[in-house]
Design a protein. Structure first.
Lengths: 172, 421
């Protein structure tokens, strides 16, 4: 069995990240999300950990790495809520898998494609979260289309400069 | 078979991860003690212990810098502010005298009617150090935990109103579930109409009062206070104001009342955790020259000329006479301290009078030690019956119509027994 590495497909541009960036950036994103949004509640509209998940997934272009990254980030997010652990985990695992799959096929370094990609993955992530929480667990959750739309747009807008910032952590 | 897994390795791993998390989810949901907060997931404990020190450190550094800056700014206007506060203090003193008079009168009347009240006996101030970071879970983390006496289900308030309840407790931090979370609820009472209902949070963050009949008259702006029926929040704490009323979306006979919380739940910096609530009966202790409740009632009621007391006991004595000190010679029911006299207060408290009161607050649990008010019914050591208000309580409702109980203001009346007239 071939060793799983971030550079296993050399025919397309595959990026690697240092261990510090691999662990530090997701932790920093989660910390920012839980700490700063307690001071500025409007920041709860954004999902910085989701952006990090998508970024790592499309940069590595490896489905295993993408889903593991999403799973880890989601589970940590779950642990910080009062809801059962696994809702964010499932949502971000699927988002990471889908993002790495798309990263194999399209140019993910273009700002326009990054905007559309983040818009789509926010919808996908929130939809999975809603299905799991409402229909699997029976929690009181509502699908608010206007809120989800505005959240997707806001995440897409923020993702473009944030992805450009995180590009500096890439190792070729 | 080997080729299948090799070919679909990624999909297999994806399915494995999802299945594992679904199993973990199912385990949590099925576990009966998860909802009570008594058990804690190890993953949750680890993650919280990793994030809380960082949040605490940044909060303390930020508070230090902010306080340093604020102290400097505040010093510039401190003289003018001092004068303004002095004037405000004078005004408040005048108001306090008036309010103390009303409060004392209310306490005497409540003692007569045997009210039980819940008072906030002890609170712990805590600082908000983090949130969940999402609108789907409206909760936040405070910097006090089990080592500070925090336990699950303790109410959390601010001076403006209730915020939520403690949901999960760690050693040095705790998670507070806000009242507007979709999984949260509270027993409330409307201020003007005195309707009792259940308020629950929603996904949008605007709490709603459910199951109120559509023909009830509820106006926007009406205050909502806690009723105490949920056994978590003490009664009388401000919850919010009515924002709007809408018909039941499911077409039922009820309407939905949306409530705007009194506390600003989007920006909570510091909170008070109520760690102890005492339940007491207000006790009225007569001073040397007390103003009796009967006199106050007599001033407010139409004057009735009392008949001459009949020593045969055929006519009841006038109301004011009931509150005079009894002596063995004037007590027509028997000698003071006799078994008949001791049983009188208990027998004269019919259920028809105590029932409306008992619905307001929970009854004393069986085996609970008697409160101070109850102890006052014991006869005096010299063999005469103690002339307390408790012993005359049964006579009063025959002359007045007991008004619906007004919820107390617990913060202001933490020591009712220490304010004798």
């Amino acid at each position: 069995m071939a060793t799983i590495t971030y550079t296993s497909r050399e025919e397309i541009e595959v990026h690697r990240f240092s261990a510090l960036a691999t662990i530090g950036i997701p932790l920093l994103a989660i910390f920012f999300q839980v700490y700063v949004s307690s001071r500025f509640s409007f920041l709860k509209l954004f999902d910085i950990p989701l952006m990090v998940t998508v970024f790592f997934a499309v940069s590595r272009r490896n489905q295993l790495a993408g889903m593991l990254t999403g799973c880890s980030i989601g589970l940590v997010q779950d642990a910080l809520t009062h809801l059962p652990i696994g809702i964010y985990g499932i949502s971000k695992t699927i988002a990471g898998y889908a993002a790495s799959s798309i990263g194999l096929k399209i140019d993910v370094d273009n700002p326009g494609s990054r905007f559309l990609m983040m818009f789509f993955f926010t919808f996908l992530h929130d939809g999975i979260y809603f299905i799991v929480s409402r229909h699997l667990l029976g929690l009181p959750a509502d699908w608010r289309m206007l809120h989800e739309l505005s959240s997707a747009v806001a995440n897409a807008i923020v993702a473009v400069p944030l992805f450009a910032l995180m590009d500096r952590a890439k190792q070729r | 078979m080997e080729n299948f897994f090799t070919r679909y390795r990624n999909v297999t791993v994806l399915l494995f991860l999802l299945m594992a998390q679904v199993i973990v989810l199912a385990t949590q949901v099925r576990r009966p003690d998860t909802a009570t907060g008594e058990s804690m997931s190890l993953v949750r404990t680890w993650v919280v212990q990793i994030f809380v020190p960082g949040e605490k450190a940044i909060t303390s550094i930020g508070s230090g810098v902010r306080n340093l800056w604020k102290d400097y700014i505040d010093l510039r206007d401190v003289r003018a502010q001092n004068e303004e506060l002095k004037a405000q203090l004078d005004r408040l003193r005048l108001e306090q005298v008036s309010l103390a008079e009303d409060a004392g009168q209310a306490r005497r009347l409540q003692a007569l009617l045997g009210f039980k009240q819940k008072f906030i006996a002890q609170t712990v101030a805590a600082q908000v150090i983090g949130s969940t970071g999402t609108d789907r879970s409206r909760a936040f983390t405070i910097d006090k935990g089990s080592k500070d006496g925090i336990k699950a289900d303790m109410p959390v308030i601010t001076p403006k109103g209730i915020v939520g309840k403690v949901y999960k407790v760690f050693s040095r931090s705790a998670q507070v579930l806000e009242i507007n979370d979709a999984t949260s609820g509270a027993g409330v009472m409307l201020g003007r109409s005195r309707l009792r209902a259940v308020m629950r949070g929603t996904s949008s963050g605007i709490p709603e009062i459910m199951h109120i009949m559509a023909d009830e008259k509820i106006d926007p702006g009406e205050t909502v206070v806690s009723s105490g029926g949920d056994q978590i929040y003490p009664p009388g704490l401000p919850v919010g104001t009515v924002q709007s009323t809408t018909p039941d979306p499911e077409g039922g006979p009820f309407m939905v009342v949306q409530v705007k919380p009194s506390a600003n739940l989007d920006k909570v910096d510091e909170v008070l955790v109520i760690t102890q609530v005492s339940e007491k009966e207000p006790q009225y202790q007569e001073g040397p020259h007390p103003v009796r409740a009967a006199d106050i009632l007599a001033q407010r009621l139409p004057t009735v000329t009392p008949k001459a007391p009949d020593k045969t006991g055929a006519e009841p004595p006038p109301t004011s006479a009931l509150y005079a000190k009894k002596t063995p010679s004037t007590n027509a029911e028997g000698p003071a301290g006799s078994p008949a006299t001791k049983k009188k207060p208990v027998q004269a408290n019919p259920p028809s009078q105590s029932a409306p009161i008992s619905t307001n607050t929970p009854l004393t649990q069986p085996g609970e030690a008697p409160t101070e008010g109850k102890q006052s019914t014991a006869p005096a050591p010299n063999g005469t019956e103690a002339p307390t208000a408790e012993t005359k309580k049964p006579k009063v409702p025959s002359t007045i119509e007991p008004a619906p109980p007004k919820p107390p203001t617990p913060i202001e009346s933490t020591q009712p027994q220490e304010n004798p007239r």
